[in-house]
Ligand binder design. Structure first.
Ligand SMILES: Nc1ncnc2c1ncn2[C@@H]1O[C@H](COP(=O)(O)OP(=O)(O)OP(=O)(O)O)[C@@H](O)[C@H]1O
Ligand SMILES: [Mg+2]
Length: 338
C-alpha cells in the first residue's frame, strides 16, 4: 500500500510537485499520466526516496519513509522495486549478474543469490538469456531483466517509470502481461508511470493525471472512462478517425461505457430516429466493461435536443459535431453552441 499525502517537491524556485494526495491499495495497479515535465518521474523518485520530499508524507507498508533516515530508510526502501525506461542495466554485467546486483549489495549468500536469480529469470521468461550482456538483448528483453532486478529484494511495491516506452506493441503487450501477472500471483502493488494511454487501458485499476505538479483528474479507470466530458476520459478513449462524411448528414459523436447500454442500442436508436449511418466505431474492453466511441450520421433536420435525449435514454452520450468540431453538447441542458 502506498499512501501519499501533501507531497511537495521544490527545486530552487520551482515547485515540481504541489501537494499530491494519492493512495494505491495493496495489489492494485495505479497509473500516473501527464505531459512531459508534469512531475511524474519526480513523483516516482519521491516515493522510493531517491529524492527527499520538501513536504508531505510517503507511507509505504505502514511506514512513513520521509521520516526515516540512514539504515531504517535503506531497509524500508527494499519494500520498493523500481524499473526505469531503458532498464538502466550495467553494460559490463550479464543479465543474471544485473539481476543479482541488489542481492549482492545486501550481502545475500551465493547459493541464495543463484537460486533467486534463477527464479526471477524464469518468472520474466529470460532464463535462456541469463549469460547475455545488455547489448545482446532487445529492448523488451532488457525491460524484462530490469523488472527481474526490480523484484530482486522481493518488494511489495514496484514503480515502473515509462517501462514500456519505445517498445513495439508486441513487447509492450508482453511486458504488461508480465506486470499484471506480478500483481495477480505475488500481490505486488504497482505504480505505472506512462504517457501511453493503451497501457492505462490495458492494465490500470486507477489513473491519475498529473499536470504542473498537481493531480488534475483522478479515479478508477472505469469511472474515468464513463465521464463523458472530461479531458482524461477523452485522452483515454480517443475517437477513431472518421472517413469523409457523406453530404447532407449531421454528424454525431457517441460515447458509452457498457453495462448500462443495451447491446441492441443501435437498432433502438434507429427505430426512434430513422436512418442512422455508422461512420466509424471503436469498441473495446476497459477494466472489464466494454466501451465504445462512434461517429454516426443523421438527418440534419432532426431536433438536436431530441436526438440527444434518445441516446441519453439508451445510456449513450451524444454530441453533435459542427464544422469538424463538436458544437452541441447533448443532455438535459439541450443545445449549447460551443
Ligand atoms: N533535479 C532537478 N532539479 C531541478 N529541476 C528538476 C529536477 N528534476 C526535475 N526537475 C524539473 O521538474 C519538472 C518535472 O520533471 P519530471 O522529470 O518529474 O517530469 P516528467 O513528468 O517525468 O516528464 P517526462 O514525461 O518528460 O519524463 C521538470 O520541469 C524538470 O525540469
Ligand atoms: Mg519522466
Amino acid at each position: 500500500m502506498i499512501e501519499i499525502s501533501g507531497l511537495t517537491k521544490v527545486y530552487g524556485q520551482t515547485t515540481v510537485l504541489d501537494g499530491i494526495d494519492f493512495t494505491v491499495a495493496d495489489g492494485e495497479i495505479a497509473a500516473v499520466v501527464g505531459p512531459s515535465g508534469a512531475g511524474k518521474s519526480t513523483l516516482a523518485r519521491c516515493i522510493n526516496l531517491l529524492e527527499r520530499p520538501t513536504a508531505g508524507s510517503v507511507v509505504v507498508g505502514g511506514r512513513d519513509l520521509a521520516a526515516l533516515s540512514g539504515r531504517e530508510l535503506r531497509r524500508a526502501r527494499r519494500e520498493i522495486g523500481t524499473v526505469f525506461q531503458s532498464a538502466n542495466l550495467l553494460r559490463r554485467l550479464t543479465a543474471a549478474q544485473n539481476v543479482a546486483l541488489p542481492m549482492r549489495h545486501r550481502g545475500l549468500e551465493d547459493a541464495e543469490v543463484r537460486r533467486r536469480v534463477g527464479d526471477l529469470l524464469e518468472r520474466v521468461d529470460m532464463l535462456h538469456r541469463a549469460n547475455h550482456f545488455p547489448s545482446q538483448l532487445s529492448g523488451g528483453q532488457r525491460q524484462r531483466i530490469g523488472i527481474a532486478r526490480g523484484l530482486a529484494l522481493r518488494p511489495s511495491v514496484l514503480l515502473a517509470d515509462e517501462a514500456t516506452s519505445g517498445l513495439d506493441p508486441e513487447s509492450t503487450r508482453s511486458i504488461l502481461g508480465l506486470l499484471t501477472g506480478l500483481r495477480d500471483e505475488l500481490g505486488v502493488t504497482l505504480l505505472v508511470i506512462t504517457h501511453e494511454m493503451d497501457v492505462v487501458r490495458g492494465i490500470a485499476d486507477q489513473v491519475a493525471q498529473l499536470d504542473h505538479g498537481r493531480i488534475v483528474e483522478h479515479g478508477s479507470v472505469v469511472d474515468v472512462v464513463r465521464r463523458s466530458d472530461s479531458p482524461l476520459s477523452r485522452a483515454l478513449l480517443p475517437m477513431p478517425p472518421t472517413p469523409r462524411a457523406p453530404e447532407g448528414l449531421a454528424l454525431w459523436t457517441l460515447r458509452y461505457a457498457a453495462d448500462v447500454v443495451s447491446p441492441f442500442w443501435l437498432s433502438r436508436a434507429s427505430a426512434q430516429l430513422g436512418d442512422l449511418a455508422l461512420l466509424s466505431a471503436l469498441t473495446e474492453e476497459v477494466g472489464g466493461s466494454s466501451v465504445g466511441r462512434l461517429t454516426v450520421g443523421l438527418d440534419p433536420n432532426q431536433d438536436a435536443h431530441r436526438v440527444a435525449s434518445v441516446f441519453e435514454a439508451l445510456g449513450i452520450t451524444a454530441e453533435r459535431q459542427i464544422m469538424g468540431g463538436i458544437g452541441v453538447v447533448a443532455g438535459a441542458a439541450g443545445e449549447t453552441a460551443a
